[in-house]
Design a protein around this ligand. Structure first.
Ligand code: 1PR
Length: 538
């Protein structure tokens, strides 16, 4: 080492730090991995991305002697950047499965967000900061939004105030970053915060190359409503992986050839949407229910290549479940998810398997801990696990016609029905199950889902707007974030869903793929309507 273009990375192997590695490479720096405590002491510049749970991270650090090395490195004011859990571990202790002792360098206890006052936990998404002292690495931020994803946070107090360089408001004012001398740590994810996030890393990696400071003060911001671009991906009949898009989940052209609709190449489109200002990109491997995704190497390749250039969160879904291949080799859903995370996913999304797990749980009332949902959220945290719901509207004459939650619909059904329930489906909408979207949402929240991706088969690809009745029902029923999906056809549909429901994000596919409505127009419209959004074009 010794060269200033090399940064040491402390990765104790508890999760995905691929996007951070990609961001560092993208900025032209080399990474050397810390192997021993001595590597920490010898580092010229050290980045510590905390991943996983507080207790297990501390455990590893103490056992390997890294904890002691970290403390002495930081006490000697050596260049340090902690990210997310890498900030929290600097404090005295955390309530996460605890109390658990931390490194004890900064006074204070890390506690859980309180979801009772309408703030959804995990805190997922884009917020602006209130910068309280000159921290140099934050000099480009001004009033730009940065990306957070966490359920625990450190709070400012008289004892730690000289460390704090910015706070963020999410129900309470919590510590968004600290700085003392050469020691920095941020609760948000610079590697997932678009250009402004990359600038935080650049300023840390190369303090000499500083541009001018953005003097705009961060205003008291609300969590921005996210706009998500979704790519439904599958192999076409020629064997190429293509972005496709269905009409009510039917992705075949209604021509003589009956081919799979082809709207472009996944890596290129994802890159384009990132440039266009998408706050997040989702890939759904829509035939994952029948084709085993680890056999589906192209999908992993798509993730790897996309994450090299796309610095906002990436979600991938499809085929996350236990699987036994033709040779009798068994793969757990956790292995499948781990492979997705290693390839660059920040979140995985579970569809069919979550429905089966929820049905089972409703029958037995026992949490086995064995479902893919429970296992993956236990290892990677619930903020990394999305449940995708694919419901179909079933109209009813009377609200008592089924044992599931029913609603009075805004628009009556074809025979004047005034009620409906939303039946969950599996296998890409092919099979209806005896469970409603409402029941499923509540159960998966209990089993460890951190977010819900709420589709609606009736609205998918129709361009007539989101199913407001459904989205209101579900976003009022759970305290985790809900992503509204299916039916966006115009910019007004986005403001409608944000004004009429408690959705945290809105996802669209067809209008973006067909270039009918660019992402920037959606953002422009949200701005006009006074809805908080992430503006990355200033
Ligand atoms: O069941 O865990 O293997 O996951 C399969 C995943 O693939 C699920 O998330 C399921 O939603 C998705 N999926 C399966 N079949 C289809 C299909 O279209 N034939 N796509 C499918 C779901 C729905 C949306 C779509 C929005 C917005 N796509 O994600 O992007 O409806 O579209 P729009 O803006 O054009 O209206 P598993």
């Amino acid at each position: 080492s010794g060269s200033s273009s090399v940064v040491k990375l402390l990765d104790y192997g508890a999760g995905n730090v691929r996007s951070l590695r990609n961001a560092i490479h993208y900025l032209g720096f080399e990474i050397e991995d810390v192997q021993t405590p001595k590597d920490i002491l010898d580092a010229e510049r050290l980045i510590f991305p905390g991943v996983g749970a507080f207790a297990s991270a501390m455990d590893v650090l103490v056992k390997t002697g890294m904890a002691e090395a970290l403390c002495s490195y930081i006490k000697n004011d050596r260049p340090f950047l902690g990210i997310c859990l890498g900030l929290q571990l600097l404090f005295e202790s955390s309530e996460e499965n605890g109390p658990v002792n931390g490194l004890g360098l900064i006074p204070g206890v890390v506690g859980r967000f309180n979801s009772s006052n309408g703030f959804r936990v995990p805190h997922i998404g884009w917020n602006a900061l209130q910068i309280t002292k000159d921290s140099e690495i934050l000099d480009d931020i001004g009033d730009h939004h940065v990306y957070f994803v966490h359920s625990y946070r450190a709070m400012p107090s008289d004892d730690n105030k000289e460390w704090i360089s910015s706070t963020c408001n999410y129900g309470d004012d919590f510590i968004a970053s600290i700085r003392r001398g050469n020691v920095h740590a941020v609760q948000f994810h610079p590697e997932k915060s678009g250009d402004v996030g990359l600038s935080v890393l650049r300023r840390f990696l190369d303090p000499k190359s500083q541009g001018t400071k953005n003097l705009t003060q961060g205003k008291a911001s609300k969590l921005a409503k996210r706009v998500i671009a979704c790519l439904d991906v599958r192999t076409n009949d020629k064997g190429d992986l293509v972005v496709t898009k269905g009409d009510q989940y039917d992705v075949r052209e209604h021509t003589k050839e009956n081919e799979v609709r082809n709207l472009g190449k996944p890596v290129e489109l994802a890159g384009q949407y990132y440039k266009d200002g998408a706050d997040e990109v989702s890939f759904l491997n829509i035939t994952g229910f029948r084709d085993f995704p680890l056999g589906d190497l192209p999908m992993l390749q798509v993730l790897r290549r996309t994450s090299e250039n796309v610095f906002v969160p990436l979600t991938v879904g499809g085929g996350i479940r236990d699987f036994t291949d033709a040779n009798g080799r068994h793969y757990s859903s956790l292995e499948v998810a781990s492979e997705y995370f290693r390839s660059g996913a920040d979140k995985i999304s579970i569809g069919s398997d979550a429905v089966h797990a929820a049905e089972e749980y409703m029958k037995t009332k026992v949490k086995t801990g064995k479902s893919s949902l429970e296992q993956i959220s236990k290892v990677y945290g619930n903020q990394a696990v999305v449940v995708s719901i694919d419901p179909r509207r079933v109209y009813l004459k009377s609200p008592n016609d089924v044992q599931f939650k029913t609603i009075r619909v805004t628009k009556p059904g074809p025979s004047g029905e005034e009620y409906a329930w939303y039946q969950c489906t599996v296998n890409g909408g092919r099979e209806g199950r005896p469970i409603g979207a409402y029941e499923l949402a509540k159960v998966v929240e209990e089993l460890g889902a951190g977010e819900i991706l709420l589709n609606c088969i009736d609205c998918d690809g129709q361009g007539k707007g989101f199913d407001i009745d459904l989205i209101k029902l579900i976003s009022d029923a759970v305290s985790i974030p809900v992503i509204a999906s299916s039916g966006a056809g115009a910019v007004e549909h986005f403001s409608e869903v944000f004004m009429k429901t408690n959705a945290s994000a809105a996802l669209a596919a067809g209008i973006f793929h067909r270039k009918e409505v660019p992402i920037q127009s959606v953002k422009g419209h949200l701005s006009k309507e006074g809805i908080e959004f992430r503006d990355c074009f200033r």
